[in-house]
Write a protein that binds this ligand. Structure first.
Ligand code: AMP
Ligand code: MG
Length: 338
């Protein structure tokens, strides 16, 4: 199969919608990362998503909709708190987990009786959903385990020959996957951090709990609320270690271990000895979110073997960057003062 990269013209979007209606999968841009989209109701089409990206069958897919009306047919009921959150943050990078209706097959929800739903703000994604007239199941369009794709060429690098087409909507503006939340009566549980931060959620209710899986190692046999969080994720081939401390501590730590295949991931504005090869991954947390996955892909391309990364802030969208870095590093963190 030849994978076509298509500009998101009206014709190309309608061509991709036809592919989806005929049971195919298509790479689509969203504001978070690129998704691999198929008809969420069609078991055979959803199976193709799992096969194309070699995703474990118990890792559920997020279902993408084009307007809030589409939500009602997909879930059993929408509690008031969920409705308030959706009204506040949709369209946007927020996924809500709710009890699924019988229309959503178990293959889509990874065997769970709940389903994650998102209304993206990206216009190309919404036009594709509208043109196909279907809710689209779409996980990130990378090979399972590798860094998520934030450009059409990242998708091509991972899935060339495995899918018919990718709609090229340019670089993703957010850069990390959506915030995922579930509800327990009037409490919001954060399952995966993203652009919509804990503070953002607290504008709806102060009852926000951060699930243990966000910052802790989850063993593969533990029952987890957000199955995707248990997998080794976002991993470059290089061995990554996070260094939690000042710029001075970072430089000293890396200098003592420097070799030809060592790279440092540092913040914009950091000054580091010329003896250490370094890549900058942003100044603000927003910039770091936008760049993190491209940088994780780049370090493999340049053949880095050992990578030391400055630890991102855990505030706002920084928590999402930290959560992804932690997984890229296999939870290896060196703390200044320990
Ligand atoms: P991806 O689309 O690759 O970003 O992955 C989707 C992620 O959303 C999963 O790996 C889960 O962590 C989370 N998710 C999706 N659906 C559910 C659900 N029904 N319950 C809990 N977490 C979910
Ligand atoms: Mg993913």
């Amino acid at each position: 199969m030849n994978t076509k990269i298509l500009k998101p013209t009206k014709e190309n979007i309608s061509c991709c919608a036809k592919l989806i209606k005929s049971g195919e999968v298509v790479g689509m841009p969203t504001e978070t990362v690129y998704g691999l989209a198929a008809n969420a109701f069609d078991e055979a089409a959803v199976k193709k998503i799992f096969e194309a990206k070699k995703r474990p069958a118990d890792n559920p897919l997020i279902v993408h909709i084009a307007d809030i009306e589409m939500l009602k047919g997909l879930v059993k009921d929408v509690p008031d708190i969920a409705f308030d959150v959706c009204k506040r943050f949709w369209p946007g990078p927020l996924t809500v987990v709710l009890p699924k209706s019988d229309k959503i097959p178990l293959i889509t929800s990874g065997g769970l009786d709940t389903v994650g739903i998102r209304l993206p703000s990206n216009e190309v994604a919404r036009e594709l959903i509208r043109a196909s007239g279907l809710p689209l199941a779409a996980p990130s369009a990378n090979l399972s385990g590798s860094p998520s794709p934030t450009t059409a060429s990242h998708v091509y690098d991972d899935l060339n020959g495995r899918i018919p087409a990718i709609l090229d909507g340019g670089k993703c503006s957010v850069g990390v996957e959506s915030t995922v939340i579930s509800f327990e009566s009037d409490i919001i549980r954060l399952l995966r951090p993203g652009r919509i931060s804990v503070d953002d959620l607290k504008t709806v209710t102060t009852n926000v709990i951060i699930d243990n899986g966000v910052l802790e190692v989850i063993s593969n046999d533990t029952r987890v609320k957000s199955p995707g969080m248990k997998y080794k994720h976002y991993s470059p081939k290089a061995d990554v270690t996070l260094i939690d401390g000042s710029a001075e501590f970072f430089e000293r730590y890396v200098s003592e271990r420097n070799s030809a295949e060592t790279y440092a991931l540092i913040f914009d504005g950091d000054n580091i000895s010329n003896d250490i090869k370094s890549i900058k991954y942003g100044g603000s947390s927003e910039q770091q979110a936008e760049r993190i996955f491209a940088v994780l892909r780049e370090i493999d391309k340049i053949g880095a073997k050992k990578v030391y990364a400055r630890c991102p802030s855990k505030e706002g969208i920084g928590l999402a960057v930290y959560n992804r870095m932690l997984r890229a590093a296999g939870f290896k963190v060196i703390k200044e003062g320990d």
